[in-house]
Write a protein that binds this ligand. Structure first.
Ligand code: ATR
Length: 279
């Protein structure tokens, strides 16, 4: 039986991971197929059980399973534990270990691709779901000075701020209104969208959490949504003359970190980037 790698999610057709991961495997001459597994929440337990077969190596985990896999696996890395979400599962000494590379992948995208160094910066983050937690964790680890957190549901922002604030970095939850944003957005060094606003096929594909009148031209914008590549949020940064980064970079780097740990290899980043650019 061939060894298997893949990605679990539902729906899964949109996933770009098989494309750029397969490009990496082929480039390195590794004779394995990176599969795409459509796993409904009802079938999750059975699928994770099948990962205990000898042939399983690793799997990416995408929506809606990033939290639900936790009770079904054996161990978590420190980042997965702190963030409370898993985006990779590896087989390690016959144990299934959950990791979170969204966090480090986001920071590598910011620093390596866009040359934005979070140290001593003020960040405004929209959203309080799993992606937000990963990004906040990464920003704190990278020495950010302050984090402002805005979410439609304030209570969720309040919980995240209580759980992830540290002695050094206090996360300040704020309400999701224009007036409130006007006090913070123009003074932020970076503004990050972790909500699903602007996502094609999502609940609000035409919406953005912020408009250009509140964006300073010196603020860096980053949207984790990558479909479309230029989201309504990014268009507001273009209007302000501000620089920005697009979500495919975080997708790429979370995948680079994951495949490196899964196979103990050096990932061919340029080959993976090219495979994404060709889409
Ligand atoms: P993920 O794990 O990918 O972060 P999630 O946990 O479903 O996904 O979180 C989605 C985020 O998008 C939440 O912050 C959500 O806000 P609420 O907590 O108020 O639900 C945000 N979001 C989704 N649709 C939204 C909308 N129409 N307006 C504002 N925020 C929205």
């Amino acid at each position: 039986m061939t060894d298997i790698l893949g990605v679990i999610g539902h729906p899964i057709n949109h996933s770009l991971s098989p494309v750029f991961q397969q490009a990496a495997l082929d480039h390195l001459g590794i004779n394995k197929i990176f599969e795409k597994w459509d796993v409904t929440p009802e079938n999750l337990e059975g699928k994770i059980k099948s990962f205990r077969n000898n042939s399983f190596i690793a799997s990416c985990v995408t929506l809606p399973h990033k939290q639900n896999v936790i009770p079904l696996i054996d161990d978590l890395t420190d980042s997965a534990k702190s963030i409370g979400a898993v985006n990779w599962i590896y087989k390690n000494n016959n144990k299934l270990v959950g990791d979170n590379t969204d966090s480090s992948g986001f920071i590598r995208a910011l620093t390596e691709k866009y040359n934005f160094i979070p140290e001593d910066k003020t960040a405004l983050v929209f959203g309080a779901g799993g992606a937000s937690r990963a990004i906040i964790f990464g920003l704190i680890k990278s020495g950010v000075k302050k984090i402002i957190l805005s979410n439609r549901n304030f209570d969720k922002a309040d919980i995240v701020s209580k759980e992830l604030s540290t002695n050094k970095v206090k996360i300040e939850p704020i309400i999701y209104t224009r007036d409130s944003l006007a006090n913070y957005a123009p003074y932020s060094d970076i503004i990050i969208n972790t909500t699903s606003l602007g996502m094609a096929g999502g609940p609000a594909p035409m919406k953005t959490p912020i408009t250009s009148d509140l964006i300073s031209s010196t603020t860096f914008g980053y949207d984790i949504v990558y479909s479309p590549l230029i989201t309504p949020f990014i268009k507001e940064f273009e209007k302000s003359g501000a620089e920005y980064g697009t979500g495919l970079s975080m997708l790429l780097y979370q995948g680079v970190e994951g495949i490196e740990k899964a196979l103990n290899i050096k990932a061919p980043i340029n080959v993976m980037q090219k495979a994404l650019d060709a889409l």
